[in-house]
Design a protein. Structure first.
Length: 360
């Protein structure tokens, strides 16, 4: 074990805190997953996705798979945002090619009133064990990221019973039974705070909150049913652990109209999707937060020359200065050739030092 709690490569933490770096750090959302043959192999032998998540040795192994192949600047614990609704008793399962489903979705105020705020230390112990084991295996090389879904994004899955195109059940609850919606979002927020703080205590060195479906809400609904809960979660997170600052990243997909408000939540960094230039995002958030993103994941389906050119364009769009973490604007997709990710990472490593004044 390394003797210090600071990772040898702490570029990610420094960039998230807008401290000087020698080059732009890079990690990729869904960097462990189906585009990797070694993931598909383990997934097939484990029988189900949840068997992978609930077995700390397997979850650790999958977290490390992309780091063995590529020089990434962070690991993200292999798990899922839907572990929380599962721990609340909804019965999560995955149907091949259909995504996540719940055996017992919720719909009424009575369902919401009955919903427990689970004791994450016991019901989600497997996530904490996977984090502790992965920190040990990483041995201080790169930081380990923990994560959770946002209250609104988790609520969509719980009310719809799975993925959805137009979120009609979830949005109807917001419009017709706002008090029931607020009760659900409050229970989820309280659980998320406990969950992320337990992750930090178990070894997560930065945490990201995914509001993947924030962009489905009207501006007014976002400000009533997502933003205040994000703000309240951020305020309750333990930002210091083992003498190190623990940065908080908010990734709210489709929420670029809300960037200024999100920058005022007290988070350290905002994830940006690819529908905004980093130049514009940076001008709007100023020096309040770092930015993470935002290459269109589809570019990884193009040839290597295009990948390199677009990665360089993304760095140029952020421009000179610190406070940028390179990532995609959403998760890497299963069709991507892993070789193209190697090209992307090389492009960021080679082209980014010119944007920073610090020397290694
Ligand atoms: O980023 C990482 O490498 C960490 C692992 C991770 C997974 N899910 C693994 C996963 C993370 C951070 C997530 C978050 C997650 N899960 C989100 C938010 C981020 C995003 O992508 O928007 C959401 C909305 C979910 C819910 C979820 N889990 C869906 C909709 C699906 C099915 C979609 C699909 O791609 O099939 C999952 C399953 C899932 N989670 C897989 C992986 C690798 C695929 C499962 C499989 O092997 O079949």
């Amino acid at each position: 074990m390394s003797t210090s709690n600071k990772p040898e490569n702490d570029l990610l933490i420094r960039a998230l805190l807008r401290q000087p770096v020698e080059r732009t750090p890079v990690w990729i959302m869904r960097q462990a997953g189906r585009y990797l043959p070694e993931y598909r192999e383990l997934r097939a032998s484990a029988g189900s996705f949840m068997n992978l998540c609930q077995n700390p040795e397997l979850a650790c192994e999958i977290t490390l798979q992309p780091l063995r192949r590529f020089s990434l600047d962070a690991a993200i614990i292999f798990s899922d945002i839907l572990t929380i609704p599962d721990a609340m008793g909804l019965g999560l399962y995955f149907v091949e090619n259909e995504g996540p489903k719940f055996e017992r979705p919720i719909s009424s105020l009575a369902d919401i009133k009955q919903l427990p705020v689970p004791d994450v230390g016991s019901s989600l112990r497997y996530v904490m064990d996977a984090l502790t084991l992965t920190r040990k295996e990483l041995n201080g090389t790169v930081p380990l990221i923990g994560f959770s879904g946002s209250p609104w994004t988790l609520a969509t899955y719980m009310l719809e019973g799975g993925s959805s195109k137009n979120f009609s059940k979830a949005k109807r609850l917001l419009y017709e039974q706002p008090q029931a919606a607020h009760l659900l979002l409050t229970k989820l927020s309280d659980t998320i705070v406990e969950y992320l703080n337990a992750q930090i205590a178990s070894g997560a060195q930065a945490v990201q909150i995914f509001d993947t479906w924030g962009g489905a809400l009207s501006a007014d609904c976002f400000r009533r049913f997502s933003l205040p809960y994000l703000e309240s979660i951020v305020a309750r997170l333990h930002r210091q652990h083992d003498g190190q600052r623990v940065p908080v990243i908010l990734f709210c997909k489709g929420c670029n109209t809300q960037l200024e408000a999100l920058a005022d939540t007290g988070c350290d960094a905002l994830g940006a999707d690819w529908t905004i230039t980093l130049e514009e995002a940076r001008a709007r958030v100023g020096d309040r937060v770092a930015l993470q993103g935002n290459m269109d994941p589809t570019i990884l389906l193009a040839g290597p020359a295009t990948v390199r050119r677009e990665a360089e364009a993304c760095l140029a769009s952020f421009g000179h200065g610190d406070g940028h973490v390179f990532n995609l604007g959403h998760g890497i997709t299963p069709e991507v050739d892993p070789e193209n990710l190697a090209v992307l990472l090389d492009a960021v490593r080679t082209a980014s030092p010119q944007y920073h004044s610090a020397t290694s």
